[in-house]
Design a protein around this ligand. Structure first.
Ligand SMILES: [Zn+2]
Length: 288
């Protein structure tokens, strides 16, 4: 038996039937899941099609990944593809949960990113899983290299880059059907940035150049890699990220040792010097 949902029904009866074309339904919605504070407020994006779903980024902790899996299951769609935007664990440890909950899923990443994760992904999961709540049964798998367009039900999405963000290789995804750009960790909004990999002139220039690239794009909705409560998924994330980079550069220039840098981070950026992100940034400049 063939069930028609509303969209398929309209396409079948109207344009499709008139043109004698088979019904081809476009993806119907984009949902965002934002992690808990423990999961660093990372965003996962769920593109919901007529029968299948595509997810961009897979969360850090077992608890957040389980909530993401619940959200995917609640769509009633088959999870077909999970695309990973970069090599940071907060975007991909949750593959272990999705891999247990759903079968026959394609885990994909840009070839340059898949190559790195093929070498270090399993070790990263084994090192971190104890602190992230993963049970013994959870098994992580590395994403395979994307070797064609990223798509769902015949609709193609544009993988950008890799561009430089809070790490050198990040692949945002444009969803033009939804006027939406999944910016990943080139854009943060209303939360601290991961700054530990941004301590050289080249890294600052690379990140700012990527922000210029994204700012020039037409999409009205910009989903950041990490965001705080009450923020809006628009260009305000680009503004927040630029301002934080300016402040971080000012803090670096003004500091002469670890203590003065910690103080400058607090005064200029409002970062808690004891936070995980701040400690890693401090270690990158003045190792303990
Ligand atoms: Zn991240």
């Amino acid at each position: 038996m063939f069930l028609l949902n509303r969209r398929t029904f309209l396409q079948t009866t109207a344009a499709g039937a008139a043109l004698g074309l088979p019904a081809q339904a476009a993806p119907s919605s984009v949902d965002v899941f934002t992690a808990s504070p423990m999961g660093a407020f990372v965003d996962s994006v769920v593109v919901v099609g007529d029968e299948a779903a595509l997810v961009i980024d897979a969360q850090l902790t077992q608890a957040d990944a389980t909530q993401l899996a619940d959200q995917i299951a609640a769509t009633g769609r088959r999870l077909e593809t999970v695309f990973i935007t970069h090599i940071h664990p907060d975007h991909l440890m949750g593959i272990a949960v999705l891999n247990q909950r759903f079968s026959s899923v394609n885990y994909l990443a840009h070839p340059a990113i898949a190559e790195i994760l093929a070498q270090m992904g399993n070790g990263m999961f084994e090192n971190l899983k104890g602190n992230l709540g993963y049970a013994g049964g959870d098994s992580w798998v590395p994403p395979a290299p994307l070797d064609g367009p990223l798509e769902l039900e015949g609709e193609a999405f544009e993988v950008l880059g890799p561009l430089h963000g809070d790490t050198p290789l990040i692949t945002p995804v444009s969803l033009p059907q939804f006027d939406t750009l999944v910016a990943s960790d080139i854009v943060y909004n209303g939360v601290d940035l991961w700054l530990a990999e941004t301590v050289t002139d080249e890294a600052f220039a690379g990140w700012r150049s990527a922000l210029d690239t994204l700012e020039a794009r037409p999409e009205g909705t910009i989903i950041p890699g990490h965001k705080g409560a009450g923020t809006v998924d628009d260009r305000s994330g680009i503004t927040h990220t630029r301002a934080t980079l300016d402040g971080w550069e000012e803090a670096l220039a003004s500091a002469s040792d670890r203590a003065s840098l910690a103080q400058a981070m607090q005064e200029i950026l409002g970062m808690d010097p004891q936070s995980f992100f701040a400690q890693n940034a401090l270690n990158a400049v003045y190792p303990e």
